[in-house]
Ligand binder design. Structure first.
Ligand code: AMP
Ligand code: GLY
Length: 433
């Protein structure tokens, strides 16, 4: 057994799943979540440190913590600290064990013009788009666009909200000012693509990307049948039949590898998780966007599909040596069903007691990853503390139908006053084909 301490920055289901996978590695003695949630605090080999290290002002305190605790590896979950330069700061102070892209490399997610130009340069298929610096320019671009279906995309980070999909030029022109008021005037005017979406994930060591050898599908809309408002994601599963292994390998070899290699040539070496949001169009797979982090909730089923803990691959990635390892994936499938607060993604109550967690903890091949949870009162009851509360995730060697059935059976045992917002069709795209 090793004695390494790991710090995981973030508090969602993705961070819970990443930390759990790291804790599985024999080298790891302790995972410290910053700030984590009620679920992460309750894990083996784990504790929470109740400080947020997202803003640049907090980075010097974080470095002191790393030094006093002897942290071997830092894993950054969300995009905000990456975009604020947390990895740049730590590297500049001589600490080079922070896994995640620098601010410059994070531009792949944080600047849609940057990723657009890079893909264009490399001949990677994407929606045909025009970069616009003002609303007037965007209106002109829409009027002269080659297709009726148009997508308006904010240039910068918008927590996944700055995309408006329109059926016609008329609608796009009507939406433009509202979009600019909310997310700024700099936008990509993009051709609307049609097809099924899927996500591919990889680990980059700056030179190459080691793919997680299966595809996933998120379920962003709140209601069954992809109806209702968009959320952070109401569930995810993998592998997704729309993108079998040869498609995963094609995305890794023909899209992700060239991207990180060209970024290195530009002086923006990319080390970290790389997320390709894809659409299977009638002309083949096209890129919708890149993210500089793991997907949430895709990370929850992804971690249940890995045979081994994440410590070795992340450590080797930091050393630029991913050619020395393969990621082994289990057969079968995993399905994550999100239990969200009633009212989410709008207003919702917090502080409601969650019941039934102990019973589910004894179920085989089920893991409840926490997101918006906290402790309350002297008896430390677990209560709701966010929109997306839990990601009930099941693995089955027998495939997706069994994984889905088990995930919903587990979810039905977890109760809250007034009930959950929950979809009943997570993973149905795999079976209704
Ligand atoms: P993004 O933040 O770029 O992933 O966009 C959010 C969502 O908007 C995607 O998951 C798609 O459902 C949709 N979207 C983005 N770009 C396009 C496009 N060019 N065509 C159709 N839908 C799109
Ligand atoms: N799964 C969507 C996201 O993480 O952005």
């Amino acid at each position: 057994m090793g004695g390494k301490k790991i710090a995981v920055i973030g508090s969602g289901g993705r961070e819970h799943a990443l930390g759990e996978s790291l804790a599985k590695s024999d080298e790891v003695a302790q995972v410290i979540y910053m700030p984590g949630n009620a679920g992460t605090a309750s894990e083996n080999k784990a504790s929470n440190y109740l400080k947020s290290f997202i803003k640049p002002e907090s980075f010097p305190d974080f470095l002191k913590f790393i030094q006093s605790e002897g942290i071997d590896l830092v894993v950054v979950g969300p995009e905000d600290p990456l975009n604020n330069g947390i990895v740049n700061y730590l590297n500049s102070q001589g600490y080079n064990r922070a896994f995640g892209p620098t601010k410059e490399a994070t531009q792949l997610e944080s600047d849609k013009f940057y990723s657009h130009d890079l893909m264009k340069e490399l001949g990677i298929l994407q929606a045909i788009s025009t970069k616009c610096h003002s609303t007037a320019e965007a209106a002109e671009a829409i009027k002269h666009f080659h297709s009726e279906g148009i997508v308006i995309k904010a240039r910068g980070l918008t927590a996944g909200k700055g995309v408006t999909v329109c059926d016609s030029k008329k609608e796009a022109l009507e939406e433009l000012t509202k979009h600019a008021d909310a997310y700024g005037q700099e936008v990509l005017i993009a051709e609307r693509l049609f097809g099924e979406e899927f996500s591919i994930f990889g680990i980059s060591d700056g030179n190459r990307v080691l793919p997680i050898g299966i595809s996933f599908q998120d379920h962003k809309p709140l209601l069954d049948g992809d109806k209702g408002p968009n959320t952070g994601g109401m569930g995810a599963y993998g592998p997704a039949p729309i993108a079998p292994l040869h498609v995963v390998n094609c995305v890794a070899n023909k899209i992700m590898n060239p991207i990180v290699q060209r970024m290195k040539e530009r002086g923006h070496e990319y080390k970290g998780f790389l997320y390709a949001g894809m659409m299977m169009t009638k002309d083949g797979p096209k890129v919708i966007e890149f993210n500089a982090r793991f997907g949430d909730p895709e990370c929850q089923p992804a971690m249940m599909m890995l045979k081994n803990g994440l410590y070795a691959p992340l450590s080797l990635a930091l050393e630029g040596k991913l050619d020395e390892i393969k990621l082994e994936i289990k057969g079968g499938a995993a399905c994550c069903v999100v239990l969200a607060s009633q009212g989410y993604p709008g207003d919702y109550k917090k502080g409601l007691e969650i019941k039934g967690l102990a019973e589910v903890a004894s179920m085989q091949n089920v893991k409840v990853f926490h997101a918006g949870t906290a402790f309350a009162g002297e008896d430390k009851k677990i209560v709701t503390a966010g929109g997306r509360v839990l990601g009930v995730t099941a693995y089955s060697a027998d495939g997706i139908i069994d994984a889905k059935t088990t995930a919903y059976a587990a979810a039905s045992k977890i109760a809250v006053e007034g009930g959950w917002a929950i979809r009943s069709d997570i993973s149905d795209k795999a079976t209704n084909r």
